[in-house]
Write a protein that binds this ligand. Structure first.
Ligand code: NDP
Length: 401
């Protein structure tokens, strides 16, 4: 029985809070705080209607460390689940240290003015969390998150040594909009337009964004899509934590329509993340673009199709090279029926709920800052099967990349 505070009332926060409320034996008291209180109240109303559970809501600017600390001292939760934006990570980690509360998130800290997708800012909290006897769990979404756990489960049960790891993320959903992103547009566009990096033979290799791509037919009749190599934050921690790894890459599918829109927006300067002067005030073009694009949470009722996310892993089993693929398929409409969200928010919100559950149940413990692959994969994998993200295994590759 534990009190929890979720910060961030977006698409992911909504799914996580619904799932927590469906498990009141573990999440005995849920509070939800976000910048716009009315968004918390709308989620609370949906949770009440679907589960009968009442959750407390608060308006909070999580960049204000003193205000967040005060709220933590008032609520006294066992854990803060940070589902706001990556910009808030360090401020919320500071507030957790000040109030003596465990911390968890789904995305690495990002400075506002430069896209980095690097962990060193958060890893620098290692000693402070350790000395305080607190745990900070980083990246409990799908990727990062489930894919890291998938890899470690394969290492534990199927392949003794992992040599090559390809993370494959395919969204076969169609929302019928000309252009929209499936999670926070700012973060999504920053990721996709960043230089590509992948790890090979001991170091990261940089290549132009989306320069390597090919056709990929997803299993389970999800569809055939063009899949592109890009950088993703978990490559950094997995390259360190999987000993003996020779190569790790991340691939994601995009439609030609999405990429054409993105190219035009980039060419006209709308994806810039630096400030520009406009009518006497400073604006960041990408933040302005976000205000114009559909809210990812609004895509739920109209998105049809499936997501397919997995790891294709090559390693050694009994001295012989072997490839195994592990994946989850998720149906956008089924997610909407269950918690009124499309599958991208669902596939992130459910692992956030399970990560929080691991910490509250003390199945995952430790003092300091941890990435997902540093934890025992077994209890998390069991819960994926149980709580909406069942996984399957194919003995062999699904694509030659
Ligand atoms: P949304 O933009 O839908 O939601 C973010 C929420 O955070 C909004 O409610 C927003 O408030 C709130 N927020 C922003 N700034 C503050 C602040 N200063 N103080 C308090 N609240 C704030 O994003 P998503 O739900 O799509 O994504 C949430 C997180 O999940 C992001 O960090 C994203 O990168 C991560 N993610 C991780 C994935 C993974 O697989 N690991 C996949 C997808 C997302 P307001 O409503 O006022 O704007």
């Amino acid at each position: 029985m534990s009190k929890i505070l979720v910060i961030g009332a977006g698409g992911v926060g909504s799914v996580a809070v619904h799932k927590m409320a469906m498990n009141p034996d573990i999440f005995s008291h849920i509070s939800l705080a976000s910048r716009t209180k009315s968004k918390c109240d709308a989620i609370a109303a949906s949770v009440k209607e679907r589960t009968g559970v009442v959750i407390d809501t608060y308006g909070l600017d999580a960049d204000d460390v003193a205000a967040t600390t005060a709220l933590l001292n008032q609520i006294k939760p066992s854990l803060v689940v940070n589902l706001a934006l990556p910009y808030q990570d360090l401020n919320i980690m500071d507030a957790c240290l000040a109030a003596g509360v465990h911390y968890m998130d789904t995305a690495n800290y990002e400075p506002l003015d430069v896209a980095k997708f690097e962990y060193h800012w958060q890893w620098a909290y290692q000693d402070r969390y350790k000395d305080a006897g607190l745990m900070a769990l980083l990246g409990s979404g799908f990727d990062p998150g489930v894919t890291s756990v998938f890899a470690m489960w394969l290492k534990k049960h199927k392949l003794k040594t992992i040599r090559q790891l390809d993370i494959l993320d395919c969204n076969g959903g169609d929302h019928g909009q000309h252009f929209a992103t499936n999670f926070n547009p700012e973060i999504n566009i920053r990721e996709v337009t960043a230089e590509c990096r992948h790890f090979e033979n001991g170091s990261f290799v940089e290549t132009p964004p989306l320069s390597l791509h090919q056709s990929f037919t997803c299993p389970d009749e999800v569809g055939t899509y063009e899949i592109y190599r890009m950088y993703h934050e978990e490559l950094e921690s997995l390259a360190i934590n999987i000993k003996g790894l020779k190569r790790i890459r991340f691939f994601m599918t995009f439609s030609e329509n999405y990429l054409t829109h993105l190219r035009v927006l980039e060419n006209v300067g709308m994806t810039r993340i630096d400030e520009v002067e406009f009518n006497g005030q400073k604006i960041v073009p990408l933040q302005f673009l976000k205000a114009l694009l559909p809210d990812p949470a609004s895509l739920g009722p109209r998105t049809k199709g499936k997501t397919w996310i997995g790891c294709q892993v090559t390693g050694l089993k009994d001295g012989k090279q072997k490839t195994v693929t592990i994946y989850n398929t998720c149906d956008h409409q089924a997610c909407y029926q269950e918690v009124q969200s499309q599958a991208i928010s669902y596939t992130t919100g459910v692992p956030a709920f399970i990560g929080a559950k691991m910490i509250l149940e003390k199945k995952w413990t430790g003092d300091g800052v941890f990435n997902m692959e540093q934890m025992d994969p077994d209890p998390f994998m069991d819960d994926l099967q149980k709580y909406g993200l069942p996984w399957k295994i194919i003995e062999g590759p699904v694509v030659q990349l």
